[in-house]
Design a binder for this molecule. Sequence first.
Ligand SMILES: Cc1ncc(COP(=O)(O)O)c(C=O)c1O
Length: 379
Amino acid sequence: MQEELLLTPGPTPIARRTYQAMSQGIFGHRTQRFKDLSASIQDRLKPVFGTDQDVVILTATGTSTLEAAMVNLVAPGDDIVIIVSGVFGEKFKIIAERYNYKVHIYDVEWGEAADPEAFKTFLSKLDSVQAVFTQACETSTSVLHPLKELGQVVQEYDQYTLFIVDAVSALGGADIHMERDGIDCLVTGSQKALMLPPGLGFVGINDKALDKINQGPETRYYLDLRMYLASLEEDYTPQTPAVTLYQGLDDVLDIIHEEGLENVYKRHIKMQKMLRAGLRALDLKPLVDDDAASPTVTAVSSNEEEIALIKDSLAQDYGISIAGGQKILAGKIVRIGHMGFMFPKDMLTILSALEAILSQSRQKDYYGKAIAAAQGAVK
Ligand SMILES: Cc1ncc(COP(=O)(O)O)c(C=O)c1O
């Protein structure tokens, strides 16, 4: 029996100490104990978002936060722009199509990052856009979009237009900061770089977004952020929260701040560099160019047969789980997650397994090559 090494881009491994924190036992949420926990969580969560404002925590998965951002920040009839560069951009589009918005899609080739200059030209041709939506990391391709530059384009277009970012597969791994990057609403989920099981969604908002929320339509209930913000003023939640996950969150925030946010970002970049160098030494091509590569996940291309072989052999022979491609990238890529409770040693483990798998299947000697390249990339 071997323990599985979970290198998927979510869910991600959970620290033993976090499991222990989550097994302290359940307790009531209308208690001083919960209020203390909630207040202490907010203090340490805000710096992760790069905001001074309370961050709404929903007991729901990441998708709920994408929908919450829409139904609270966009009114029926509003013009909105969605940057679509993969499966999760499409998800934003699908959600928007269920509501009565005027949706403008800015399509980006899958595997590429949005180009701020080209986006500026696109946006300048549209009137009265109320909000621009994008992913931070498009998990299906492993691209990291240039948020700060895109935020600037939105701000220059109109100071009242909101910039809304889905950082489900990035926050807590990539250096993202609401204030610095001009992000008005930043959303994420618990099961990726935040090192928790699935089940919590997070919505960070600034004053500009808050104004819009307060003028928003009444067609929302569970996702009405006003309700959560009002409860947060007293360190409560309007509904029964996932108390156990709050206990885990309390612990992961300690882990993050013990390491230090800057060091967390550095560790993610180190893993990314090691992995990309190692994969190239195995004659595998990362889907995304270096300058647009996410520090949290890496997609790598090969032919369909080899993609299946890599994924299956890693799982069966080495107990390592990775993800395949989605939609048009199915059978064309595999995706290796390197976010949250993952470390450089995990990159060495998967690379050495890949050395063996590819040495056998290609009848070529890769032994030691990927490891040397990975170590060389960060020495
Ligand atoms: C970028 C991005 N957005 C949204 C989601 C959806 O999150 P969930 O599956 O938690 O609802 C995911 C999940 O992988 C994601 O990677």
